[in-house]
Design a protein around this ligand. Structure first.
Ligand code: CDP
Length: 806
């Protein structure tokens, strides 16, 4: 063998394909300040919009006087609902089948609701004029408590729905009722509870939190009156959906709407939906004939654009005396705020919440969710989770700990006893989900061995004894969480958004010199798509990843797709990419056979080339075949080398993970130190281990924020008391613990490259793990459940309630 000829392995390494820790190509521009965000866009003649917002949580609007505002130098227009009515845009449809006021029409339903939109030559002039819009309010009784929403005499939030008996998902139970949704087998579950040896019941609240992307929501709308065309640049996680919905709302033909999502500084579900600011900017551009920019500030972002969670769960588990789970039952009240603007697949009003049986082999289960209206901002987005999976994972993981405590079992051992076994996959859960693949026991055992779990428990025992003797004021907690995610929405039979099936797409063009471009229907907001999709192509087509350009976010050029959220990019567009590659490869194989004068079947693939079976010296590389595709195709074959794939996945993918956290809680200050956090993730085939690690670090940091301090809190008068980063906990490098990451690999059997999503997993698994750790610290004192967030004050209060302060 000639030493100079690179081996297959050496050639494969050079491609930087799947499995390579390829450096993020997008960081070249991001780290040099050369990103191109919406606010970087400056168009000739551009105007600036700013919103007048309600100081009240619930009030009738008696009068809006815009005279003084309109007189401010530089102000070009002031829009109110009355103006929007002239173009039939005072209300807009939501993704959840409800309607939402664009600008206040009659009354305001939550604090900071949009009341008027000022358009001016400069941001400063717009801001000055906002102060001068005079609004006369008559305050109304407020309700921000979802548990009181359906009581007699509760303030009616939605007068527009007063006579509506049917909601988007069946009969409404009350004037503040949005929907009821159930899953599982109620009768069988009730019967199992009736004969249960042991049962636990706990009211578990996942508070309202808010994704906090670095860049807030924003857009620039530019309407060309001559052509009748609208160009909309914006922070859109799902640009095509915005185009379609924009066309349906505005009646501008869809082909005359150009939606462009440039670089986006984080999304986390916050940038999926359509917001009043977008509609106002579009109308303002139509009215003024000039481009209009609207950029949210941080307070607006935290208090008005889509929140997450706000699930209030009454959870029960039944088990045998020796610790086998027999049933679970959960009744949930979901607070949707003033409008149901939840970003879910249409037929899942509570998202994929019925993954709530988690990673355990429950023979039967049942859940019922009631959505309610309150005087809070609308939303209900998947904050780094797949449509309410985080709520489900938190609920089941807390409940499993509570049951272990009642049975006197170790929480990890209790889980091991009930985890779905490897041989049960594909596993159909009591709720009907078919989990594609898993090896839970291997993951759990690896996690426990890695942290020396038994040693930790022994240390904890010693410390607890010392605490009881009064020798220390610190409690040690060990949190265990095992989660199963459901990502990759979705199979079109299960998922659509307003009737659009949830597939996704990739279009690949290979140029004559062997480089190429791939355009996709997804949209990265920091996940590194430009790096990783190219790696899939590198492995599939044998072309260096560096030779592939990835483009997303322009609806004129990208094939139709449903966007990026809920870790769907890899399961859906990643699959579309591989499938498009395979079409290209099939054509390349025919060209190679023609050039090498052999039959197609006599060729075999070797990393970056087709070679003749049994005669490896005779081959054509993919780069050679790319050139040939443009000048030497077999007779009758059309030239060129490109393919498009719209991928409708046969199922979701089910990544999973085992997380363990160790905390030390000071009972006198309530301060909790995270001593150790170990996260083992299994996302099937790993495309880029470095990016996966980055995703997990980011997600765990968000989970830490949520579990230890985040809450969008309203006082009884409807004031948001946590609408700035002074009050809303956003962990910085100072507070953030060190993360230990690990993995197992259990490929998805139905995904072309075996990959599952990963971006959401650390948020889904991290939150219960932190919460279990804090709860575990207090468990030996008889405490069963301390609600999140576990900030100093609440933890101190928990200690106080347990009589620990003497
Ligand atoms: O939809 P989103 O991009 O938020 O989530 P994802 O599909 O979980 O992908 C997040 C990032 O992790 C992307 O850059 C993926 O290519 C990468 N990833 C990976 O390298 N291997 C996997 N098995 C899953 C994701």
């Amino acid at each position: 063998m000639n030493d100079m000829i690179p081996t297959s392995a050496e050639r494969a390494e050079k491609l930087e394909g799947m499995g390579c820790k390829r450096k993020r190509v997008e960081d070249v521009r991001f780290t040099q300040g050369k990103g191109n965000y919406v606010d970087d866009l400056k168009l000739p003649g551009m105007l600036y919009g700013d919103l007048v917002r309600s100081p009240h949580g619930h009030a009738r609007v008696k009068k809006i006087d815009t005279t003084k505002a309109a007189a401010v130098p530089g102000v070009v227009a002031v829009l109110t609902a009355e103006v929007l009515k002239t173009v039939n845009l005072a209300w807009m449809p939501t993704l959840a089948g409800d309607v939402q006021m664009v600008l206040t029409d009659g009354k305001v339903l939550f604090q900071n609701q949009e009341v008027a939109f000022v358009v001016a030559e400069s941001r400063e002039a717009a801001a000055d004029a906002v102060e001068l819009v005079e609004v006369e309010y008559e305050a109304l009784p407020v309700n921000v408590d979802p548990l009181k929403a359906m009581t007699d005499g509760a303030p009616m939030i939605r007068e527009d729905l007063k006579d509506k008996t049917d909601g988007a998902h069946g009969k409404r139970k009350h004037y503040n009722h949005v929907f009821a949704w159930q899953a599982g087998d109620k009768a069988a579950t009730d019967a199992a509870f009736a004969k249960a040896d042991v049962a636990i019941r706990e009211f578990i609240v996942y508070p309202r939190v808010h994704p906090c992307p670095l860049e807030t929501c924003q857009c620039v709308a530019s309407f060309d009156k001559i052509r009748g065309e609208l160009t909309l640049w914006g922070t859109f996680q799902a640009p095509h959906v915005i185009r379609t919905v924009g066309s349906l709302i505005s009646k501008i033909p869809e082909h005359k709407i150009h939606v462009i999502a440039p670089d986006i500084g984080g999304g986390f579900g916050n940038k999926v939906g359509a917001y009043p600011g977008y509609i106002c900017s579009i109308v303002a551009s139509i009215v003024t004939g000039r481009p209009v920019k609207w950029v949210e500030d941080r307070i607006e972002n935290l208090s008005t654009t889509a929140f997450a969670r706000d699930f209030h769960m009454d959870m029960e588990i039944a088990a045998t005396k020796d610790g086998k789970v027999t049933a679970m039952r959960c009744y949930t009240i979901a607070d949707h705020g003033a409008f149901d603007a939840c970003a879910n697949a249409t037929k899942w009003p509570a998202g994929l919440f019925s993954i709530i049986s988690g990673s355990y082999d429950f023979p039967t289960a049942y859940c019922l969710v009631d959505g309610v209206y309150t005087n809070k901002a609308p939303g209900g987005v998947a904050y780094r989770c797949s449509f309410r999976v985080t709520e489900a994972a938190y609920c089941i993981e807390r409940a499993m700990d509570i049951m272990a405590q009642k049975l006197g079992m170790d929480p990890a051992e209790f889980r091991i006893k009930n985890l779905i076994r490897r041989e049960q996959f594909p596993y159909t859960s009591a709720f009907g989900w078919q989990y594609d693949s898993g090896d839970y026991h291997t993951a759990m055992n690896k996690a426990m061995e890695s942290v020396h779990y038994k040693r930790l428990r022994a240390e904890q025992k010693t410390k607890r004894e010392a605490f009881k003797r009064g020798e220390t004021r610190e409690l040690m907690g060990v949190g265990v969480a095992f989660f199963t995610e459901i990502v990759g929405a979705g199979p079109s039979r299960a998922c659509d958004i307003l009737g659009i099936a949830m597939f996704d797409s990739a279009e690949i063009r290979i140029h004559p010199t062997g480089s190429g471009i791939c355009r996709l229907g997804t949209k990265s907001q920091g996940q590194g798509h430009e790096t990783t999709y190219a790696q899939i192509i590198a492995t599939e087509l044998g072309l260096p990843a560096d030779n592939i350009m990835i483009e997303e976010g322009n609806t004129d050029t990208a094939p139709y797709g449903l966007g990026t959220y809920g870790s769907r990019s890899t399961p859906v567009s990643g699959a579309a990419t591989a499938m498009a590659c395979r079409k290209i490869k099939a054509k390349a194989q025919m060209i190679a056979a023609y050039m090498l004068e052999v039959h197609d079947d006599d060729l075999e693939w070797d990393v970056d080339r087709f070679r003749v079976r049994g005669n490896p010296e005779r081959f054509k590389t993919m780069t050679e075949l790319a050139w040939a595709a443009y000048h030497e195709v077999p007779p009758g074959m059309e030239p060129g080398l490109e393919a498009i794939n719209y991928y409708d996945p046969p199922n979701f993918t089910f990544p999973f993970g085992a997380y363990i956290c160790v905390v030390d809680v000071d009972v006198d200050t309530g301060q909790t130190k995270v001593r150790r956090f170990y996260a083992l993730d299994d996302c099937g085939t790993r495309i880029n281990p470095m990016i996966i690690e980055g995703q997990i670090h980011g997600g765990l940091t968000e989970a830490f924020g949520i579990a230890m301090g985040q809450e969008i809190h309203y006082d009884d008068d409807g004031n948001v008391t946590t609408a700035s980063l002074m009050d809303y906990f956003l962990p910085t490098a100072v507070e953030t613990p060190h993360w230990e990451t690990d993995w197992t690999t259990t490929p998805s059997p139905h995904h072309p490259i075996g990959a599952k999503g990963v971006g959401e997993s650390p948020n889904v698994g991290g939150v219960p793990c932190f919460s279990n750790a804090v709860n575990d610290a207090f468990a030996f004192l008889g405490s069963t459940h301390i609600q999140m967030p576990h900030d100093h004050w609440r933890t101190w209060t928990a200690a106080e309630k347990l009589g620990l302060h003497g």
